[in-house]
Write a protein that binds this ligand. Structure first.
Ligand code: FE
Ligand code: FE
Ligand code: MG
Length: 162
């Protein structure tokens, strides 16, 4: 834990750590949703879809790592029990039921849109009060914006198949 790191933040650290843990939970669910989608998806452009899903899965896990690092720096503990991941997450895990590539992509787009909203809202809360957390959230948000766009582009290409 960083003593000074904790003392410079101008928001309640317990609340901050809890919120960061809910985002940490979201990232694990996002990771798994991408990973499982990449295993089961079927349909046109399958290799391109799998490559994008796996790339995003890796990036979601790196977001979980960034959040865990910040939680620990602030004296907190990342979620220890896996059951708490789905309980505490802000965004729902959308289990793939239809494995067709377009349906998998649509579920992941929904997931990204939820993540974008979460990060954007939380950034407003920490703005000017905790610069390090703000900076981390911005980096993650930028990735989520790119994720949404990548998936939308893939879906657009799939819709152009004649
Ligand atoms: Fe993420
Ligand atoms: Fe994402
Ligand atoms: Mg991408």
């Amino acid at each position: 834990m960083g003593k000074k790191a904790k003392s410079i933040i101008e928001i309640d650290s317990t609340k901050l750590i809890s919120k960061l843990n809910t985002l940490f939970a979201d990232e694990w669910l996002a990771y798994y949703q991408y990973w499982i989608g990449a295993q089961v998806c079927k349909g046109p452009m399958r290799p391109s879809v799998i490559a994008e899903l796996m790339e995003h899965a890796t990036e979601e896990l790196s977001h979980a790592q960034m959040l865990a690092d910040r939680i620990i720096q602030l004296g907190g503990t990342p979620i220890i029990n896996f059951d708490d991941i789905s309980k505490l997450a802000n965004c729902k895990y959308l289990a793939p039921t239809d494995f067709y590539v377009k349906e998998i992509l649509k579920q992941n787009i929904d997931g990204e849109q939820c993540a974008i909203e979460q990060y954007n809202n939380f950034m407003k809360e920490v703005h000017g009060k905790d610069f390090a957390t703000y900076d981390m959230l911005l980096k993650i948000l930028e990735d989520e914006l790119e994720h949404e766009e990548d998936l939308e582009n893939l879906l657009e290409d799939l819709n152009l198949i004649k």
